[in-house]
Design a protein around this ligand. Structure first.
Ligand code: GLC
Length: 436
């Protein structure tokens, strides 16, 4: 399996070697005793990791060097694939998007945690079973542990809904469009850059997450009934048409949705007071309510809307931590993983970053639940969140899908054509992967 997969990946090897040359020029590995940890994210997240690492160093006397990564998941993956593919010792430990776990496992890049877990009696039972089974345990081995669980949410301006006489956030997409149209019209009288609904439509992984949510809220999603992976179904076409119409038909989402809008762009727009509704992950909550935020105290969160006959759906996201097979600091890496996934640190992730933990005991902490009442509903959303396919070739599959869906949003193809083409691309990929 591994060798076929590596063959399959050869196409990207040329780009990888080029990047290795670049990386080599940026200073090689540090002192041998140092543990290297690759992590990225929004600026406040990186600051959080820096503090955490300092505390770990103090407690353990183990020096740690952070290899800083960007916020965009695709760029973070690329930054890891390069050293891992070439068997470098650094980074020893890294965070991985749940979407990459199939690829990382099949490539043999993840050191099994089973020996450590057994030795320390630090069992996978601390975490939600669904998350471990959907992501961390593969081929009967525990290859990673969850650091946080993400699920897409609707953020809304509580103050504006109240001002315009709405008692609750929208339950259906139709309601979202109606509220957006009306309030956007009113707000534009003084604020010309105001939009009804901002979401992630740029050509990257976040677009697949947004598409999956809208599709699943119409009873659609990835269709795996005939053993392959398909998206060209009537329900998905309706979903994509709706995403397109948000921009062109009802004009409640900005035209730069498909060129620029990723998590941080969307968050900034909403946070600057320029949108009524926003689709984002739980991390945006703490930032919207930070002291300097213009929307502090004015924001509510709710499950994402759904089509009249469907149900609300959230994509299962989140980040997991693992040790590289070629790390020369595996024992130290494990100590760091235990620290990051400990109850203490996980509670801080809730209070300081607003992240969702995958540890069950976090949700049993009465004091924390009282202080953060939204934890309870978030756990529910998270437990029903829709996963992306856990296949070794997910990255390639996602790239094909991103390009086709984004093309439909850009008006280059109809939703029908885009999804039909996506199916053709994906079928080719699966064939190539299976060596047919
Ligand atoms: C978040 C999610 C991750 C997802 C990414 C898409 O980081 O946790 O799973 O792939 O957003 O942009």
């Amino acid at each position: 399996m591994t060798s076929r997969f590596q063959m399959f990946e050869r196409i990207s090897a040329v780009t990888a070697s080029f990047l290795i040359v670049l990386l080599a020029g940026c200073g090689g590995s540090g002192p041998e005793s140092e543990l290297t940890f690759a992590v990225g994210g929004a600026p406040n997240e990186v600051a959080f990791w820096e503090t955490l690492v300092k505390e770990f160093e103090k407690d353990s006397a183990l020096p740690v060097r952070i290899i800083r990564q960007p916020a965009d998941t695709d760029q973070r993956r690329q930054g890891l694939v390069v050293p891992l593919r070439s068997g470098q010792a650094d980074p020893d430990v890294f965070l991985m998007d749940v979407a990459w776990l199939g690829q990382f496992a099949a490539s043999g890049w993840l050191h099994s945690l089973d020996e450590f877990v057994q030795k320390d009696d630090y069992h996978a039972g601390f975490f939600f079973k669904r998350v471990i089974e959907l992501a961390d345990r593969q081929d009967a081995q525990l290859l990673a542990l969850p650091v946080n669980v993400d699920a897409g949410l609707l953020y809304y301006r509580r103050d504006l809904l109240e001002r315009f006489g709405y008692g609750a956030p929208p339950r259906t997409w139709e309601e979202l469009v109606a509220m957006s149209g009306r309030i956007q019209g009113e707000m534009r009288k003084t604020e010309t850059g105001f939009w009804g609904y901002v979401w992630q439509g740029a050509r990257y992984e976040g677009l697949v997450c947004n598409f999956l949510e809208v599709a699943a809220s119409n009873g659609g999603g990835f269709d795996t009934t005939d053993g392959g992976i398909q998206v060209d179904t009537p329900k998905n076409r309706e979903a994509l048409q709706f995403m397109h119409d948000l921009i062109y038909e009802w004009r409640v989402s900005p035209p730069n949705t498909f060129t620029e809008m990723k998590e941080e762009e969307v968050r900034a727009h909403f946070q600057n007071g320029l949108a009524l509704f926003e689709r984002n992950w739980p991390y945006a909550w703490a930032l919207h309510n930070a002291p300097e935020s213009p929307v502090r105290g004015k924001v509510g969160i709710a499950p994402l809307p759904h089509f009249e006959k469907g149900e609300s759906a959230a994509t299962l996201g989140g980040w997991h931590i693992g040790i590289s097979t070629t790390s020369d600091r595996k024992e130290a890496g494990w100590n760091f993983i235990k620290f990051v996934t400990s109850l203490e640190t996980q509670k801080r992730m809730v209070t300081e970053l607003g992240w969702n933990s995958a540890r069950r005991d976090v949700y049993q902490d009465a004091g924390l639940l009282e202080q953060y009442p939204r934890l309870e509903p978030l756990r529910e959303i998270m437990n029903h969140a829709v996963p992306r396919p856990l296949v070794p070739y997910y990255t390639q599959l996602s790239e094909a899908l991103q390009s086709r869906i984004n093309g439909a949003l850009a008006g280059q193809a109809s939703p029908e054509e885009a999804l039909r083409r996506a199916d053709e691309d994906m079928a080719q990929l699966v064939k190539r992967y299976r060596g047919e």
